[in-house]
Design a protein around this ligand. Structure first.
Ligand SMILES: Cc1ncc(COP(=O)(O)O)c(C=O)c1O
Length: 401
């Protein structure tokens, strides 16, 4: 039973936690097991190898930590840096803001670069900081690949280009929480030193696994990093990896089997096909927003996100009321505007286990809600724009060809 029941399926369009495939739910419906039996290490070995494929790395070391994205952030920072280290970090929305707050509370010397919410990380400022840092006082660049609060995707290839152009040795720490496994992400090619995500986002699992993947350079840095860490210490994992038993403490057996099923589904569809599907979902959503005569919070096309769209509402409408109505009247879950953009936007999450027809249902719901709250929308206009595009662009389902 739902805690508060509604008929039919809830249309879950928040940008995480996302819909879990039925196959994954079934795979998780099982008893506990002894994680010290030979079965769990054998299963874990396959998971670690396959997680690397999702991050597009052959040289990275993955850690599957019982935590959320926030814990994965902490793991990335405390294993590679020492208190007082200078790091350059960008604030472009609520999640990058929270990461900076964590960095400050962990006593790093955070050089914060702020942008207006709706814009990407200011890479011109990064360039000037790198250019004037011949002494290499900057130890790390911390950047959120996809800012979930505003629907802004940063250009990581450009960040790598700048670091290379100035031959700067700073570590590149990337929050890929709402990007990895949905957007184009290339750990090795972009020289990312630590990349993280959470199981409840594009991997379409329940919350509970923090994925942290460390480059050889990050592993090297962890040997001298002085930040206090216990639960998140990579060296505990590495010790157990060497022993072949993998787990320094008890993993969730159900989540491990769920992850196996999720990865199998991902490889069956194909990572590139998944990225293309997210591009279709993002494009269709943006076309609908345009047809409604509303603005995308993301100011320039170069930053458009294929996993979440923050829609700006006119000043006489409260974005939070749209979200309330969506749930109360239409069994549709949309994302609230957060902090600086609270009430000014609502968010449509389009990531994870989701197809185009589900999206059209959500867009139809949004149109009715917009009308409910007094916005003069033509019913069907967004759905028509989105479906005209989708009808021309949806390929055959890869596994059914
Ligand atoms: C980009 C980003 N980073 C970090 C987080 C924090 O993750 P969690 O809520 O799993 O701790 C979120 C959560 O939505 C996020 O969107």
């Amino acid at each position: 039973m739902d805690y508060v029941n509604g008929p039919g399926r809830n249309h879950l369009f928040v940008p995480g936690p996302v819909n879990i495939p039925d196959q994954v739910i079934r795979a998780m419906s099982r008893n506990n097991e002894d994680y010290r039996s030979p079965a769990i290490p054998a299963l874990t070995k396959t998971l670690l190898e396959d997680v690397k494929k999702i991050f597009k790395t052959t040289t990275g070391t993955p850690f599957l930590i019982p935590t959320t994205g926030t814990g994965a952030w902490e793991s990335a920072l405390t294993n590679t840096l020492s208190p007082g280290d200078r790091i350059v970090s960008f604030v472009i929305g609520q999640f990058s803001l929270l990461w900076v707050d964590q960095q400050q509370r962990l006593k790093f010397n955070v050089d914060v670069v702020e942008s207006e919410w709706g814009r990407g990380a200011d890479l011109d400022i990064l360039e000037s900081k790198l250019a004037s840092d011949s002494a290499h006082t900057i130890k790390a660049i911390c950047i959120v690949h996809n800012e979930t609060a505003t629907g802004v995707t940063n250009n990581l290839a450009k960040v790598r280009q700048l670091l290379d152009a100035y031959q700067h040795p700073a570590l590149l720490l990337v929050d890929g929480v709402s990007s990895i496994c949905a957007l184009d992400f290339r750990m090795d090619e972009w020289g990312v030193d630590v990349a993280i995500t959470g199981s409840q986002k594009a991997l379409s699992l329940p919350t509970g696994i923090g994925f942290v993947v460390a480059s050889p350079k990050a592993i090297e840095a962890s040997k001298s990093a002085k930040s206090l860490r216990v639960f998140f210490d990579w060296s505990d994992y590495l010790k157990f990896y060497k022993m072949g038993t993998y787990w320094p403490y008890t993993p969730s057996i159900q989540l491990l089997y769920g992850l196996r099923a999720a990865l199998d589904l991902i490889f069956e569809e194909g990572l590139e096909n998944i990225i293309a599907r997210h591009n279709r979902l993002g494009t269709a959503t943006r076309l609908a927003v345009e047809a409604w005569g509303l603005k995308n919070c993301t100011q320039e096309e170069e930053w458009f996100s294929d996993t979440v769209t923050a829609v700006v509402v006119p000043p006489y409408i409260d974005g939070a009321e749209i979200v309330r109505r969506a749930w109360k009247r239409y069994n549709l879950s949309l994302g609230l505007g957060l902090n600086k953009v609270a009430g000014k936007v609502f968010r449509i999450g389009h990531l994870g286990n989701l197809n185009e027809l589900q999206l059209l249902g959500a867009l139809a719901g949004v149109e009715m809600i917009l009308k409910d709250v007094g916005y003069p929308v033509k019913l069907g206009s967004g759905v028509a724009a989105a479906s005209a595009y989708l009808q021309n662009n949806i390929p055959l389902i890869p596994s059914r060809i």
